[in-house]
Design a binder for this molecule. Sequence first.
Ligand SMILES: CC(C)(COP(=O)(O)OP(=O)(O)OC[C@H]1O[C@@H](n2cnc3c(N)ncnc32)[C@H](O)[C@@H]1OP(=O)(O)O)[C@@H](O)C(=O)NCCC(=O)NCCS
Length: 169
Amino acid sequence: MTTAWVTRAESPADVPAVRSIHLAAFETPAEADLVDALRGDPSWLPGLSVVVTDPAGRVVGHALLTRCSIDATPALCLAPCAVLPELQRSGAGSAAIRAALRAARDRGEAYVTVLGHPDYYPRFGFRRASVSGIRVDLDVPDEALMAMTLDEARPLPAGRIRYAAPFGI
Ligand SMILES: CC(C)(COP(=O)(O)OP(=O)(O)OC[C@H]1O[C@@H](n2cnc3c(N)ncnc32)[C@H](O)[C@@H]1OP(=O)(O)O)[C@@H](O)C(=O)NCCC(=O)NCCS
């Protein structure tokens, strides 16, 4: 059965639920702590922390876009994304990510980067970042670093990704 996932911007009341989702989805509290640190950081952008709810209104997943840059060009970093383990692989994560990307486009943002599984993120339009000359100061597989433009008139710039301080990169 296909669930009718609903997405919306995070509200202050969602903060504990978002933390619980990251604690449940990841092996350590690192991602939950990262989200909380980003909330107090200048890289946090209103409306780009997106929650997905089930039809009853329970928050079951989260996707976050925060400010980074590609050299000096403002861009967004998609991280972290998580869905409650019992509801993974039923479309909730995709719904949250698509909604976050739409919200970013509506704000006039163009460039989004992600470090993640190369089998998952291309469905949203992400491509290997190194093809565009985008790199990162981390020892990660080349195919794990991906990027996309939300505006075909603005092709991806080349350069090194500079992450917000809470990422510790
Ligand atoms: C990754 C995550 C957010 C995806 O959300 P989701 O609701 O489970 O995913 P969806 O149902 O929207 O999409 C399902 C698809 O994603 C794929 N997928 C899910 N997690 C994946 C992973 N870690 N690696 C590769 N593919 C993955 C599934 O195989 C499925 O592919 P298919 O449609 O070709 O069958 C969720 O699985 C999760 O919270 N995982 C644990 C935390 C994590 O690894 N987060 C990502 C790093 S920030």
